[in-house]
Design a protein around this ligand. Structure first.
Ligand code: ATP
Length: 899
């Protein structure tokens, strides 16, 4: 029972019998037994890099090469202690990188798990949604547009089913599938009665029996293809890596120059000079930066996942922070997608339906009075169409009813129950012979049914405008036919929609029993309109709050929906969108040329009755204005717009696999509020990256210039190479990393989005680097001069300088934590756990090298007396005061404190 068969040459019956399966699906027990036998339906994971390789990869970096070179030469010069400290810096850095990367990878794996595909199957004759991994040979899988085929299938039904098989055949045009066997010699691409695991359904509907799962599927056999390596990198991090490389070369050049100058002009001792130059290089090289930036990203990805926003492509984290327009669907994103039919208009009557959720029981009233359904035969007919032109099932457990499938169709099934119809009985009586699945472009769905007594009819439901134009008559109150009153129906539809209800029209047409294939041309001009149905779908309260947040954050929210204009306007009003009084429909958009569209798109916030193609045009028109667009989508036809938008966002629950694959971000809960949470996190990550850089570069510049100035002036070094190595090591692995965990600043969602092309090294940041480096120099030489004046020993003076450097770094860190506001608030001083851990580690380290005799002899340090310790602390505070005052002046003058 597996892949030895040529499934494509077997008839459906034969395939089913070989697999010992039935068209109604396996039983739950049988499925379990088969799962035991065949194992889960997943491909073996790609081989993991070994721990050693993962560790060594952290040394593959030009910054580290320079440090390793320095260690080698210090070793050759027999400066063992210095060599060990340099190596310790490198190794600690690699260990931290390895640990953090491991954590980040685990988080990414967990996130990938959240995106694990699901499949609709028939088991025990009932439709279920199961994890793709649970599929077994013999399962009956249902396919629809946008699905990823979850296993290799022998198709049993195919209605307009087209599948894109590029990953297997390289052919990008979708193949039309059918159910008849094909010749045994047919190539993979010609086996049209099979659907292969991993390929994508682009249109139509179908079902098939699973013939192979996991590694024995066609894709499983070439699974080498899937061993894609995802690295934790984004344009910004890459930009920084390039910057770091140039910086290293620059530092090396300076080091060579200083070496030459010291040797040729000042005639320093070569070994000593060399050690000083090594100290300078180590001080200047931001060796921890790449690791810290990666950690910052990983922290951001995890924070987003906690808020139900799953990042599929890392660059999205950065782009999210720059989003200035969010285009969102309505149904399910701004609203709950919990539908309930509350009104029906037919026979010239307006019926009110009791809202009982998906429970197929409840009262139907006319003018406030409950009616007896059997006295209204047209309601029964409407109920039948609602149940037959429908792919869902309701599941009742005690008093709670849930829907398996589209909530709107679930609500229709509940309506048919209230109209006295049993969906199951009706579906048994009226077999479905063919279907035209719903498509957002034509906005209707039709099914063809036959009973056992030679009757047949087509049931159809869809957007009222669409259905009304296809009708030739309407059902009269007594059950016959009456002339269609088009104007009246349109008015009724507008009236229901204006109350914020989604409206659907239902129609039928009897056909001769020999009619077994449903074509679109069977429908136009032949239908008999039954009535209109109005659904409520309440707005999500959290979406309203999120829209308000967007407005404060300078982000425009635009609703692009396939729904009726009046419904869209009503919901837009309830949600609090700006400009909800004007709406552009898809038909109106088609009339606009690109210039007119360019203007309209910026002034309109509600777009209704759009098809997915409109989304693409709208994104492009907005991008022409230079805005950064986030766009949501769920269907396979939304993929071009999702790919085109800077941030494509797919719905995790109701979205198709195709949309998820095209998107940068997937919302686990389909909720608009999660998009806004992701934008907030995106802004935070970008801020934190800037903070890391704004802290690291001035620190390195300050340390390096200290040595450089001393060498240039030909004076004794105020800090020895080994001490500078120590400072670098202890601060880079503690203070630097703490910034990656910084929480969101309070005003993050109260400022306009960052322009996307804003450079990383802004003028303000360069100025900050120069200022802080100068202050570091002042502090270091000030303390050094003071110590010498006190006639302290050279060792004590240097110990004081080393501690001053570290204290200034700590104060600088507290300053950097608030780039946009003031750093002297209780909140700012209280800091975070990460910050205080870092400070604790550094302080403990400093006390150890300063006061512990064994370390004193290694680092040539001496215990600092208490008053001098206070002086050092005072120097740090002075630095803090100067840069904070400078920031406040900058904020007041330029309205911006950030770098
Ligand atoms: P949004 O784009 O905000 O999610 P939407 O769900 O209304 O809104 P579409 O799914 O494109 O957008 O639906 C457009 C219209 O097509 C609906 O307003 C409805 O009238 C009709 N429609 C939706 N689903 C079905 C269906 N399963 N069968 C028939 N008609 C449908």
């Amino acid at each position: 029972m597996s892949s030895q068969h040529n499934w494509h040459e077997l008839s459906q019956e034969k395939a089913l019998s070989v697999l010992e399966a039935a068209p109604t699906g396996l039983s739950a027990n049988e499925a379990l037994a088969r799962l035991d036998m065949h194992g889960p339906n997943r491909l073996p994971p790609p081989p993991k890099r070994s721990l050693l390789r993962r560790f060594l990869i952290h040394f593959h970096n030009i910054l580290i090469y320079v440090l390793l070179g320095a260690a080698l030469i210090t070793g050759l010069l027999a400066h063992w202690v210095d060599m060990s400290v340099i190596l310790a810096v490198v190794i600690v850095n690699a260990i931290i990188g390895l640990l953090q990367e491991g954590k980040a990878e685990k988080a990414m794996d967990a996130i990938r798990q959240m995106l694990a595909p699901r499949a609709a199957v028939l088991r025990d004759g009932q439709r279920h949604t199961v994890a793709g991994e649970q599929l077994v040979p013999g399962d009956i899988v249902l396919l629809e547009a946008g699905d990823k085929v979850p296993a290799d299938l022998r198709l049993l039904k195919a209605h307009g089913l087209h599948i894109q098989e590029a990953i297997l055949t390289g052919e990008s045009v979708a193949v039309e599938k059918q159910t008849r066997p094909v010749a045994s010699a047919a190539a993979l691409g010609d086996r049209t009665c099979l659907a292969f695991s991993g390929t994508t359904v682009t249109s139509g509907q179908g079902s098939g029996v699973v013939v192979a799962t996991g590694a024995v599927t066609e894709i499983g056999r070439i699974s080498g293809l899937l061993a894609e390596v995802k690295t934790l990198t984004t344009p910004l991090v890459e930009q920084m890596a390039v910057f770091a490389r140039w910086l290293t070369l620059f530092i090396l050049a300076i080091a060579v120059l200083i070496f030459a100058y010291g040797y040729l002009v000042q005639h320093h001792d070569v070994t000593e000079l060399f050690m000083a130059v090594v100290g300078l290089s180590v001080a200047a090289i931001p060796e921890g930066l790449p690791a810290v930036l990666t950690i910052t990203q990983a922290v951001g990805v995890q924070a987003m996942a906690r808020r139900n926003a799953i990042v599929r492509r890392l660059p999205a984290i950065e782009t999210l922070g720059a989003v200035s327009v969010i285009c969102t669907d309505k149904t399910g994103t701004l609203t709950r997608n919990e539908m309930s039919v509350v009104s029906v208009v037919m026979d010239g009557q307006c019926y009110t339906i009791e809202d009982t959720g998906y429970e197929p029981r409840g009262e139907i009233k006319v003018s406030g009075r409950a009616i007896s359904v059997p006295e209204h035969p047209s309601l029964t007919e409407l109920g039948r169409v609602a149940a037959l032109c429908n792919d869902t099932e309701l599941k009742g457990h005690q008093d709670t009813w849930t829907v398996e499938g589209d909530p709107m169709e679930g609500a229709l099934l509940a309506l048919s129950g209230k109209a006295g119809i049993s969906g199951d009985d009706e579906r048994r009586l009226w077999t479905r012979t063919d279907v035209i699945p719903f498509d957002a472009r034509h906005k209707f769905m039709a099914t063809l049914h036959h009973d056992h007594e030679n009757h047949a009819f087509i049931a159809i439901k869809g957007a009222p405008e669409q259905i009304i134009t296809m009708c030739r008559a309407q059902r009269s109150a007594v059950g016959g036919m009456a002339p269609l009153n088009e104007g009246d129906w349109r008015q009724q539809a507008d009236k229901i929609a204006a109350e914020g209800q989604r409206v659907l029209a239902l129609a039928v047409v009897p056909v001769p029993p020999e009619h077994t294939v449903l074509e679109q041309c069977d429908l136009a001009g032949s239908l008999i309109l039954l009535g209109l149905v109005g659904f409520i779908d309440p707005p999500r309260p959290e979406a309203m709050a999120a829209v308000a947040q967007c407005q404060a954050a300078g982000i425009r929210v635009k609703m692009i929906t396939g729904d009726h204009a009046a419904t869209a306007m009503a919901i837009a009003g309830q949600i609090g969108l700006q400009n909800c009084a004007s709406v552009l429909t898809g038909a109106e958009l088609d009339q606009l040329d690109d210039a007119a569209l360019g203007e309209a798109v910026m002034n309109t916030d509600v777009f209704a009755r759009t098809s997915p193609e409109h989304k693409l045009r709208l994104v492009m028109a907005m991008q022409a204005h230079g805005v950064t667009v986030a766009m949501t989508g769920d269907g396979v036809n939304d993929t071009p717009a999702l790919k085109r938008a800077e941030v494509g966002i797919a719905m995790g629950m109701k979205g198709s696999e195709a949309a998820k694959e095209a998107a940068e971000l997937v919302l686990a809960d389909d909720n608009f509020a999660s998009i806004v949470a992701a934008v907030r996190e995106g802004r935070t990550v970008y801020d934190n990256i800037k903070k890391v850089i704004s802290w690291t570069l001035p620190t390195n510049a300050g340390e390096a210039s200290t040595i450089m100035v001393a060498l240039m002036l030909g004076m004794a070094l105020p800090i020895t190479p080994i001490q500078i190595l120590w400072v670098n090591m202890i601060t880079a692995v503690s203070l630097g990393i703490a910034l990656a965990f910084e929480p969101t600043e309070e005003n993050t969602m109260h400022r306009p989005p960052r322009p996307r092309d804003q450079p990383l090294l802004t003028g303000t940041l360069v100025w900050h680097i120069v200022l802080v480096a100068a202050l570091f120099l002042g502090g270091v030489f000030g303390i050094y001069a003071y110590a010498l004046e006190q006639a302290y020993s050279q060792e004590l003076a240097r110990t004081m300088v080393m501690n001053t450097l570290v204290v200034m770094e700590i104060f600088h860190l507290f300053f950097i934590r608030n780039m946009y506001g003031t750093s002297v608030t209780w909140q700012a001083i209280r800091g975070t756990k990460a910050i205080w851990w870092a400070v604790l580690v550094v302080t403990a380290g400093q006390f150890a090298v300063t006061y512990l005799p064994p370390l004193q002899s290694v680092f040539a340090t001496q215990a600092i007396p208490l008053p001098d310790g206070m002086l050092i602390l005072g120097t740090g505070m002075a630095l803090f005061a100067v840069i904070e005052i400078e920031k406040q002046i900058r904020i007041r003058l330029f309205q911006s404190g950030r770098f």
